[in-house]
Design a protein. Structure first.
Length: 330
């Protein structure tokens, strides 16, 4: 849950989720004022002797560690840990965490969240784009896991109560014009895949990705993917393509969703995918056929549209080509 939380300060400085990972929007992040990178972390100290006792347990194993981690005697009550931007620029996150534990006696259950806050502030500095991207991916995957393992009401109280625009923010990561890396987009699809399974969030996801618009976020990404996988020199990961097909398959399972994506031009793109005869993309064909079956099952005139797009002819030719490949291999 700690990794899935929204990053502090960013909303008040006008920085959106896509700004953190878009190659076109680095300026917004790198020009943040210095106080946006300060760390302010609060916890409630229940036992003034807890930190010292933990150190004494390690006394027999490592005497030097005791000197580094021995906390000051602080009274019980609310404690605020403050780390300035200058400190974050000049020291490593683990060194800052160690010093904070020594100074404030941070309890065991609060250490990871403090470390995560320090890493976030460190990643916001100029030149730390790779670290920033890793943390965004970690956050997206954490959200997806939480959504898959918790009820809709729990997810609402944990995320949407504090970030009502979370779905639209994640959908922005799929926009082809923002030049977001494939690993980030794969994680974003995982989040939307999890949210669309909630009954009351399905329509919100469809709206966020412009499912019914030919030039919307989803169909633009799908067209680019179909074009990329048709090239022998493409290095597009198979995991991304399969995640996208799975997400579209979920949309096709909904009555309103299948009408939207088919109306936006999905079927001709599926026919193009079937035509792909590259050996390293064979796995995509089976996923595509599953999606075509879903469209046929969910849409009354799905097969008619498939025939109109020359789908039957292309499918027969693809089967014939696969048959010859098997004979050649034998």
């Amino acid at each position: 849950m700690v990794l899935a939380k929204k990053w502090p300060h960013l909303r008040e400085f006008g920085v959106k989720l896509v700004d953190l990972v878009s190659n076109n929007r680095k300026t917004e992040v790198e020009n943040l004022p210095s106080d946006a990178r300060d760390v302010s972390f609060s916890f409630y100290k229940m036992d003034a002797g807890t930190g010292i006792e933990q150190v004494k347990e390690k006394e027999e194993n490592n005497e030097l560690l005791i000197t580094a981690l021995k906390p000051q005697n602080l009274p019980n009550g609310p404690i605020n840990v403050f780390v300035s931007e200058t400190t974050i620029q000049t020291q490593s996150p683990m060194k800052i965490l160690t010093d904070s534990i020594c100074t404030y006696g941070v309890p065991e259950e609060e250490k990871f969240e403090l470390l995560n806050r320090i890493r976030i502030s460190y990643a916001l500095h100029k030149g730390n784009g790779i670290e920033r991207e890793k943390l965004v991916i970690a956050r997206l995957i954490s959200i997806a896991i939480y959504a898959h393992t918790h009820s809709e009401s729990q997810t609402t109280s944990s995320f949407f109560l504090y970030e009502p625009d979370l779905i639209s923010s994640v959908a922005e990561l799929l926009h082809v014009e923002y030049d977001v890396s494939i690993p980030v987009q794969t994680a974003a699809i995982a989040v939307l895949d999890a949210f669309i399974r909630y009954r009351n969030r399905c329509q919100e996801v469809l709206t966020a990705v412009n499912a019914g618009v030919n030039h919307g976020i989803l169909m633009a990404l799908f067209r680019r993917t179909v074009s990329d996988v048709a090239s022998p020199s493409s290095n597009l990961p198979q995991s991304f393509v399969e995640a996208l097909l799975q997400f579209v398959n979920l949309i096709a399972a909904h009555t309103s969703g299948v009408n939207m994506i088919v109306g936006a031009g999905l079927i001709p793109l599926l026919v193009q995918l079937i035509e792909n005869r590259l050996a390293n993309r064979l796995g995509i064909i089976s996923k595509t056929m599953q999606l075509i079956d879903s469209v046929h099952y969910s849409l009354q005139n799905g097969f008619t549209l498939f025939c109109a797009a020359q789908g039957v002819n292309v499918l027969v030719e693809r089967i014939e080509a696969s048959f010859h490949q098997v004979l050649d291999f034998a």
